[in-house]
Design a protein around this ligand. Structure first.
Ligand code: HPA
Length: 252
């Protein structure tokens, strides 16, 4: 039996129309201790719409624990996730996907851990290597194979939303080392690592950060073209790796 893997689609990436490729896609609802989650799936690939079917949940209200727990309960150990972001580093072109390498968490007030009751002092997940290098390498290879220009390595500033940032916030995040800004990486990534899963992130910029242009202007040109390719790159990266290739973060 093949391993079960997952794609998490963020804003603008809505499967399964695009991922069907002749395979049967069905809906399944998983009941977790944190709430019910509906996914779309084939036998070995789960598609989770982060913002729920119909994009009805804003970033600060996403039930991240239910989403990640549901994937874990379905047997998923490897995840590729997409994010629509703003670029805050002038070198990070719009509509060129970034394979994320690190993050800074500026979010607050979210349920951000499964370790509410620490047993035997185990409850601190190691964030030294937050994004799986094996999955990230596979994303880079599969992008090359499909002529999709990507950038390897970028730091994601994870904000609370739903508002955009102020110009001073963007300047501060840039000074602190961030390249792109978005509202959903945290706590999704740390939660996945808490459950021993491996996770890679592909972010695509749809605007320059606040203050870098007179107003936030969302671009569509170029972005619509890469979305389908991104889905295929992520599916191939998952298909051409194995759970045993990846080293989950340790819990200390
Ligand atoms: N800031 C935060 N989240 C975003 C942005 C942004 O500029 N663009 C897309 N998601």
């Amino acid at each position: 039996m093949s391993e079960i893997t997952a794609l998490i689609g963020g804003t603008g990436i809505y499967a399964p129309g695009n991922i069907k490729e002749g395979r049967v896609v069905r809906r399944e609802t998983v009941s977790t201790p944190y709430g019910d989650v509906t996914v779309e799936r084939t036998d070995d690939l789960i598609f989770l719409n982060r913002h729920a079917p119909n994009h009805s949940v804003p970033p600060h209200k996403v039930n991240y624990r239910a989403n990640i727990k549901a994937l874990h309960m379905l047997g998923v150990r490897r995840i590729c996730a997409t994010f629509a972001v703003g670029s805050i580093n002038g070198d990070f072109e719009l509509a060129v996907p970034v394979i994320l390498s690190d993050f800074i968490d500026y979010s607050s007030g979210r349920e951000h851990s499964f370790f509410d009751k620490i047993e035997a002092s185990k409850g601190h997940v190691d964030m030294s290597v937050p994004f799986c290098p094996v999955l990230s390498g596979a994303l880079e290879r599969e992008a090359k194979a499909r002529n999709l220009k990507v950038r390897r390595g970028g730091v994601y500033a994870s904000t609370n939303g739903p508002r955009f940032e102020s110009p001073a916030e963007i300047k501060a995040y840039r000074k602190m080392g961030a390249d792109v800004v978005g509202m959903t990486l945290c706590p999704e990534l740390p939660l996945a690592l808490e459950l021993g899963m491996s996770y890679a992130g592909l972010a695509f910029s749809i605007n320059w950060g606040a203050g870098m242009t007179p107003n936030i202007e969302l671009v569509h040109e170029g972005v619509d073209i890469i979305k389908d390719k991104m889905l295929h790159v992520m599916m191939a990266a998952l298909a051409n790796t194995k759970d045993a290739d990846c080293t989950p973060a340790s819990i200390l």
